[in-house]
Unconditional design. Structure first.
Length: 249
């Protein structure tokens, strides 16, 4: 859904923007075919009680409050419950991004001004200077979200957040009692393995293999198995750390 018209509400300032997703699905798309005739499979909505195909207009939504017992909702009833959709990203607070665990991040969008905007530039510079992110609320489609707006060199990035009840975490925290010598070896290994994050270097090996296989099959060639890397398992932790360091050197 490119070029979603919206606006950032910052106090009494309103900044019209265009919202575009910056994440795309890179997976190779396959269709399901009947093995016998290679025709595509259709999905039919079928009622086993009435033993017939059901049209979209005859389908309603039901909430199962007990086994085989449903509360039914019509489209009109559900529409009454939808949050107000006013195409606005309403800022409610400014927070330190370090306070937000990355597990709450869902999907990101680039927010650009609809036209040259002094207010947009000012907002970018204010976010950059204060080194905080704006916590906001908005509606996308029919779903209500909280989100964060942060400054980047490309403009303002909006990232929608999962709600707390959507994130499953254990009650207990990790016990961090460790052997000091093993910890020092682990820290040395981390130092040896440290580098810069360079996204161009990281390729989706599985999708690349599929694309190569498609080319081979189009040329009538046979697909060969991908070479698997083998690793020797060392069960003793101290020995494994020491050998890992020697291998790096």
């Amino acid at each position: 859904m490119p070029n979603i018209h919206s606006s950032i509400s910052f106090g009494l300032v309103n900044i019209p923007i265009l919202m575009n997703p910056i994440i795309k699905n890179n997976d190779t798309s396959f269709n399901q075919l009947h093995k016998v005739c290679l025709n595509r499979i259709n999905y039919i909505k079928y009622c086993p009680h009435c033993k017939k195909e059901v049209k979209e207009k005859d389908i309603i939504k039901g909430y199962a409050y007990a086994r085989d017992d449903y509360l039914t909702f019509s489209k009109d009833e559900l529409d009454k419950l939808k949050p107000e959709k006013n195409n606005e990203i309403e800022i409610v607070s400014f927070v330190n991004i370090k306070e937000i665990d990355a597990i709450y991040f869902e999907k990101s969008y680039l927010l650009k001004p609809e036209k040259k905007s002094k207010a947009y530039i000012l907002f970018c510079e204010a976010l950059r200077k204060c080194q905080k992110v704006a916590l906001a609320r908005t509606v996308l489609g029919s779903k209500f979200y909280y989100c964060i707006l942060r400054f980047s060199k490309y403009g303002i990035i909006m990232t929608t957040l999962f709600f707390k009840e959507e994130v499953i975490l254990p009650d207990e925290e990790v016990d961090l009692k460790v052997n000091e010598k093993e910890l020092n070896l682990a820290l040395r290994l981390i130092e040896e393995e440290s580098g810069k994050f360079e996204p161009d270097k990281y390729q989706d090996e599985y999708q690349n293999n599929i694309k190569n296989a498609i080319s081979l099959k189009l040329d009538g060639e046979e697909i060969k198995s991908v070479k698997r890397r083998t690793k020797r398992q060392v069960n003793d932790l101290m020995e494994a750390l020491e050998k890992s360091l020697k291998k790096k050197k």
